[in-house]
Design a protein around this ligand. Structure first.
Ligand code: NAD
Length: 336
């Protein structure tokens, strides 16, 4: 491992210590966990969000903290942050299929214009920049597991193209800023992540199954449930992303949990974890839904000394507990 790339919470070993970070999309699921962990590390945080798919509740525990500032803005308009910035984490984007299918043009705009603005901020401030990319850049993969040198199998004109191609464009622009403007960039390809603060109606398998199980409704498995997902608990993901941020590595780097489960198995485990007696029901699979997904995480393990630590069943238990306590009955029953 390159010693410069070793994770170091103080920022020592990097060219410049990380004292102040900007998180776009900081009120979302992942962004809010990143803001919390950055504050725990005593990094000042400026959170930029337009609350399109995020929620103020996700960051309410940080409001009043003098080291945390929330700016409500749309990063596709412009980004203006006074003062020094050492790190820009660009996480603003609709991320669940339900959201990006409802917001196709916005998804393309935030992946292109929003990324341009976030890169511009990093360039102006001389900051490290991390792009939240996705395993969706691999599309419906023909190589399994997926390592970073696989170029992917994406349908640009299919319904998911708006998200996949926005992220592929964002990666290309990040590489261009590194090459042409010497911006210190990193690209993280995030695989399916789960944990507290997921929205019960965001359409992703785990929150959908938990919501259905807690409401005593049937769990709706798409297709025959043989398609696989590899799911990473959010605290492991955040640790991996910040390890990349504190390193000098440009990526792209996969961060995810290689433990692969069929969607049917996920549904069965949710039934067991909730103690529900809900049945499992099979419904149609969405168009271009990937058949398999599993990250090859050798690069992150070698370069960052990072491996996921939270086992699936433990992460699931914590997430179910959060749904039981933080999500009220009305939102389990009524679509939000
Ligand atoms: P999320 O929808 O919970 O969070 C996205 C946040 O971005 C929201 O708070 C939303 O309001 C904000 N936002 C959207 N457009 C904006 C704009 N124009 N200006 C300002 N804010 C805007 O989604 P998430 O699951 O937290 O995903 C965060 C990032 O991680 C996304 O870029 C997503 O593509 C990437 N990602 C997530 C996963 C996952 O499993 N959750 C997997 C791969 C990649």
């Amino acid at each position: 491992m390159n010693p410069e790339n070793r994770q170091n919470e103080t920022g020592a070993g990097r060219r410049r210590p990380i004292r102040r970070a900007v998180v776009t999309g900081g009120a979302g699921f992942l962004g809010s966990h990143l803001c919390t962990e950055l504050r725990r590390r005593e990094v000042e945080v400026v959170c930029l969000d337009n609350f399109l798919t995020g929620n103020a509740v996700n960051i309410e525990h940080l409001i009043g903290d003098p080291g945390f500032r929330l700016v409500q803005c749309d990063v596709t308009d412009y980004i203006h942050v006074p003062g020094e910035v050492d790190l820009v984490l660009h996480f603003a984007s609709p991320a669940s299929p339900i959201d990006y299918l409802k917001l196709p043009i916005h998804t393309l705009k935030v992946g292109s214009i929003g990324t341009l603005h976030a890169l511009g901020l990093a360039k102006d401030k001389g900051a490290r920049f991390i792009l939240a990319s996705t395993s969706e850049v691999y599309g419906d993969p023909q190589v399994h597991p997926q390592s970073e040198d696989y170029w992917g199998h994406v349908n640009p004109v299919g319904p998911r193209g708006v998200y996949d191609e926005a992220k592929r464009f964002a990666e290309a622009m990040t590489v261009a800023y590194r090459g042409q403007h010497a911006v210190d960039t990193g690209i993280v390809r995030i695989f399916n992540t789960f944990g507290p603060r997921m929205r019960p109606y965001d359409g992703r398998a785990i929150p959908t199954f938990i919501r259905q199980a807690l409401a005593g409704e049937p769990l709706t498995v798409t297709g025959d449930g043989d398609q696989t997902r590899s799911v990473c608990y959010v605290s492991d993901l955040v640790r991996g992303i910040l390890a990349l941020a504190w390193s000098n590595h440009s990526g792209p780097m996969n961060i995810g949990n290689p433990h692969e489960l069929s969607v049917l198995q996920i549904a069965r485990d949710v039934v067991a974890a909730t103690g529900s007696d809900s049945p499992i029901e099979f419904i149609d699979r969405p168009v271009d839904d990937p058949m398999v997904r599993r990250p090859d995480t050798s690069l992150a393990s070698h370069e960052l000394d990072w491996t996921p630590e939270v086992p699936w069943t433990e992460g699931l238990a914590r997430t179910v507990e959060w749904f039981r306590t933080a999500v009220n009955e009305d939102s389990l029953e009524a679509a939000t």
